[in-house]
Design a binder for this molecule. Structure first.
Ligand code: HEC
Ligand code: HEC
Length: 405
C-alpha cells in the first residue's frame, strides 16, 4: 500500500471510530433522558396504549355525508388533542365529589350514550330528575341549546352543569360540598392532567373553560352516519324519493314520517301522513328549534306538570339495527317501546293544562289524534329502525380509555 492510501485508510478508520462512538453516546444519553423525562409517563400508566398523544385518533376530520348541513359547532372547532382530553374527562370518575360517578356512568356508549335506567344514579344516592339523553350527532342540529328544557345556552355551558349538580356529580357547594373550583384544583394535582394540559395548552392550568371546550368537542365528535337510511339517502337526490335499498314497508314509513297530517276540526286525522318531520327534521333528525312541547308534561315522581320541555336528541339511534330501543323514551322515560311513543301521538293528552303545546299537535281546544292504523304503525316502526347505525356503539375512540376504572 502506498503512503497516501495508508494515511487515508487510517484517517477513515479514525473517523469511523469517532462516528460510531458518538452514535453510541447519543443513543445512551437519549435513553437515560427518556427514562427520566418521558413527557407522558403518567398518561401511559393510566391509559396504556388507549391514549397516545403522539398518534391521536381522528376526531377533527371525520367524513360526514354531503346532505348533512346543520351544525352548532360555533367557534369551538374540534381538535384531535382537545377531543382526546374530552374523552378522558368524560370517563373520569374524579369529576365527581366521591370519585364514583363519571359522565359515562349515565351516558353509556353501548346504549347510544344514554342510560337504561329510568333515572340515573348520581353521588351519595342522588338521582336525576329526568331520563338521560342520547348523545348522538349532538353537533348536527340547529338547536344549540341543550337539555330537554333547553336550559343550557350552549353545549359548552352544559358540560359543567352535571359536575355542579348536587345529585349528579356533586360539586354544588351545598351542604359542605366543594364547588367547581374544588374540582379544578383536584384535577390540577393529577399527573396525567398535568402532562396533557401542558401538551395542549403549554401550561398545566386546569380551568372551567378548558374543561368545557374539550368535553364539548368530544361530544360533538360522536357521530353516526352508517345507517341503512344513509346508504339509501346517498343514492337519491331528495328525502322524498323512494330509497332503492328500502323495503316497500320502509319507504311507506318514510313517507308517513315526512308527510304532514290533515286533521278535521275535532283533531282527528283524516288524511296525510304522521308529520314527525315537522319537528324531528330529516336528514339530521334533529329537533326544530321552534318546536314547542309535544304533550309529554309529567315530572318523574311528582303529580305536578312541566310544559317547557321542547327539545329531543336526534332520533337517529333511538333503536338499534334489530329494533331494540337503546333506552326509555321522553324526558319522563315513560315509554319503553316505540309503539308507546306512537300511541302518545295517536291521542295527545293534557291539552287544557298545557299552554305550551305545539300548534301542530292541537286543534281548537283538543289534542290531535293521528289514529295510525296497525299497518301505518308497522311502517313507521320499520322506518325508525333504518336510522340505526353500528360503528358508534363500538368505535374505540369514544370508549373508556382508563386501564383501571
Ligand atoms: C347522574 C347521571 C348523569 C351524569 C353523571 C351526567 N349526565 Fe348528562 N344527562 C343526564 C340526564 C338525566 C340528562 C337530561 C337532563 C335534563 O334535561 O334535565 C343529561 C343530559 C345531557 C346532555 C344534553 C343532551 C341534549 O341533547 O340536550 C349532555 C350534552 C350531557 N348530558 C353531557 C354530560 C356530560 C359532559 C357529563 C359529565 C360532565 C354528564 N352529562 C354527566 C344524566 C347525567
Ligand atoms: C310538534 C313537534 C313534534 C312532533 C310533530 C313530533 N314530535 Fe316527537 N318530540 C317532540 C318533543 C318536543 C319531544 C321531547 C319530549 C319530552 O319532553 O320528553 C319529542 C320526543 C320524541 C321522542 C322521544 C325521544 C327520546 O330521545 O326519548 C320520540 C321517539 C319521538 N318524539 C318521535 C316522534 C314521532 C315518531 C313523531 C311522529 C309521529 C313525532 N315525534 C312528532 C316534538 C315533536
Amino acid at each position: 500500500m502506498n503512503r497516501p492510501l495508508q494515511l487515508s485508510a487510517i484517517f477513515f478508520l479514525f473517523i469511523g471510530i469517532v462516528v460510531s462512538c458518538t452514535k453510541v453516546d447519543i443513543a445512551a444519553v437519549n435513553n437515560t433522558m427518556n427514562a427520566v423525562v418521558d413527557p407522558f409517563a403518567a398518561t401511559r400508566a393510566a391509559f396504556g396504549t388507549n391514549i397516545d398523544f403522539t398518534n391521536l385518533s381522528n376526531y377533527a376530520n371525520q367524513t360526514k355525508p354531503n346532505y348533512i348541513n346543520n351544525d352548532n359547532t360555533g367557534t369551538d372547532t374540534i381538535k384531535d388533542n382537545k377531543a382526546t382530553l374530552g374523552r378522558i374527562l368524560f370517563y373520569d370518575k374524579n369529576l365527581s365529589v366521591n370519585n364514583t360517578v363519571a359522565c359515562a356512568s349515565c351516558h353509556k356508549q353501548a346504549f347510544a350514550f344514554s342510560d337504561t335506567s329510568l333515572v340515573s344514579d348520581g353521588v351519595f344516592g342522588g338521582v336525576t330528575a329526568r331520563h338521560a339523553m342520547r348523545l348522538i350527532n349532538a353537533r348536527f342540529a340547529n338547536e344549540a341549546k341543550f337539555f330537554w328544557n333547553e336550559r343550557a345556552a350552549s353545549l359548552e355551558i352544559q358540560t359543567t352543569m352535571p359536575i355542579q349538580d348536587h345529585a349528579e356529580m356533586g360539586f354544588s357547594g351545598v351542604n359542605g360540598r366543594g364547588t367547581i373550583d374544588t374540582l379544578l384544583n383536584k384535577l390540577s394535582k393529577i399527573n396525567y392532567y398535568k402532562e396533557i394540559f401542558k401538551n395542549i395548552y403549554g401550561d398545566t392550568l386546569v380551568t372551567q373553560n378548558r374543561l368545557q371546550e374539550s368535553l364539548a368537542q368530544f361530544i360533538r365528535s360522536i357521530q353516526s352516519f352508517d345507517s341503512k337510511y344513509d346508504s339509501g339517502r346517498a343514492r337519491v337526490n331528495n328525502e322524498g324519493a323512494a330509497f332503492p335499498n328500502f323495503t316497500a314497508t320502509e319507504n311507506a314509513g318514510k313517507s308517513l314520517y315526512l308527510t304532514p297530517p290533515v286533521f278535521d276540526g275535532s283533531g282527528n286525522r283524516i288524511a296525510g301522513g304522521a308529520g314527525c318531520n315537522g319537528c324531528h327534521r330529516a336528514p339530521e333528525f334533529d329537533i326544530d328549534p321552534n318546536s314547542k312541547n309535544n304533550g309529554i308534561v309529567s315530572i318523574i315522581g311528582s303529580t305536578t306538570i312541566e310544559t317547557n320541555d321542547t327539545r329531543a336528541p336526534s332520533l337517529r339511534d333511538l333503536v338499534k339495527t334489530d329494533g331494540t330501543p337503546n333506552s326509555r323514551m321522553m324526558h319522563t322515560g315513560q315509554f319503553t317501546t316505540f309503539a308507546g311513543v306512537l300511541n302518545h301521538y295517536n291521542n295527545i293528552p293534557n291539552i287544557a293544562a298545557n299552554n305550551n303545546l305545539d300548534g301542530k299537535l292541537r286543534a281548537d281546544g283538543v289534542g290531535n289524534k293521528l289514529r295510525l292504523t296497525p299497518t301505518e304503525t308497522a311502517q313507521l316502526t320499520a322506518f325508525i329502525q333504518t336510522l340505526a347505525g353500528t360503528n358508534v356503539y363500538v368505535d374505540k375512540k369514544w370508549s373508556n380509555p382508563f386501564l383501571n376504572q
